[in-house]
Write a protein that binds this ligand. Structure first.
Ligand SMILES: C[S@@+](CC[C@H](N)C(=O)[O-])C[C@H]1O[C@@H](n2cnc3c(N)ncnc32)[C@H](O)[C@@H]1O
Length: 276
């Protein structure tokens, strides 16, 4: 990918800051671990150029890249971006945050739908490309990454491109094993690896603050595989240790408790000591 053109960094960071302010707090038990703000600016620029004039599906997106990219374009900070964005996530708080923000900022081509990637993919399957930052598969050899990728491949009907964000660390064995497995899965599925951008992003991850992720870009082969009907994941082996050791998924959806004011401290977070 060619070098990114210069952008107004202050305006871009302020836009990303608006997205961050709108995000729900992450639930660590489901691997919701948010990317750091500076890396979101760079990532949004990369995704905007990669998905320029394309229809883009996000398989999960707690970070909010699905919103950052169209927002930077709408505010004139970037000159490119996708024509349509759809987020598939099992957390209703995330889907509502995307819909609410898109509505507020009049990003008409951005939508979100409640979906658990263990279930059959609901469609539509007309996307040109998909993006996923899945559970990184430290305890399942990358199988959780493959489940998310499979849904992305279905979203593009096995004819398109994908950007997979996964762990990348030369000191640890498991990220390298996962990277190997994921590339093998891409090839078995009729895709090839176009590019790998190593050690790109850092996260708000207190027990491993230096663990980075890379961008793995894949593309379907010139004669794409014939798309099959999507099926739910029923093989229990594929779901073992999905979110980490001992955590087989048992939650279909995370439901949102509706609040009146988003982005503001809630009453149960504090109490007031009054002057007599
Ligand atoms: C697994 S997290 C990975 C960390 C990433 N930095 C983030 O928080 O966006 C990515 C997204 O996948 C979503 N997710 C987790 N399990 C899912 C599932 N079974 N089906 C659909 N989305 C899921 C989470 O809600 C989150 O938004």
């Amino acid at each position: 990918m060619p070098l990114a053109p210069e952008i107004d960094l202050r305006a871009a960071t302020n836009a990303i800051s608006d997205v961050i302010q709108n995000r729900p707090l992450p639930l660590r038990m489901f691997d919701q671990i948010y990317m750091k703000a500076g890396d979101m600016v760079v990532q949004s620029q990369i995704v905007a150029r990669w998905a320029d004039k394309k229809r883009l599906a996000f398989i999960g997106d707690g970070d909010g890249i699905s919103i950052c990219v169209p927002l930077l374009k709408a505010r004139g900070i970037l000159g490119c971006g996708p024509t349509e964005v759809m987020v598939y996530d099992f957390d209703e708080r995330i889907c509502s945050a995307v819909e609410r923000f898109a509505d507020q900022e009049r990003l008409e081509s951005v939508h979100a739908t409640l979906y658990n990637c263990i279930d059959a993919f609901p469609g539509p399957n007309h996307f040109d490309c998909f993006y996923t930052n899945p559970p990184w598969g430290a305890s399942n050899g990358g199988e959780s990454v493959c489940v998310f990728m499979e849904r992305g491949m279905e979203a593009v009907s096995y004819a398109g491109e994908g950007l997979v964000v996964i762990a990348d660390d030369a000191e640890l064995q498991w990220p390298q094993q996962v990277l190997g497995r994921v590339q093998q899965f891409a090839i078995e599925s009729g895709f090839f690896v176009q590019e790998m951008m190593p050690r790109m992003h850092l996260y708000h991850l207190d027990d491993a603050p230096n663990l980075r992720s890379c961008n793995l870009l894949i593309k379907s082969l010139p004669e794409p595989r014939k798309a099959r009907a999507s099926r739910a994941v029923t093989d229990a082996k594929r779901l073992e240790n999905f979110y980490g050791r001992g955590s087989t998924p048992h939650v279909r959806y995370i439901r949102e408790m509706k609040r009146l004011e988003y982005g503001k401290a809630h009453e149960d977070e504090y109490s007031l000591d009054l002057y007599k």
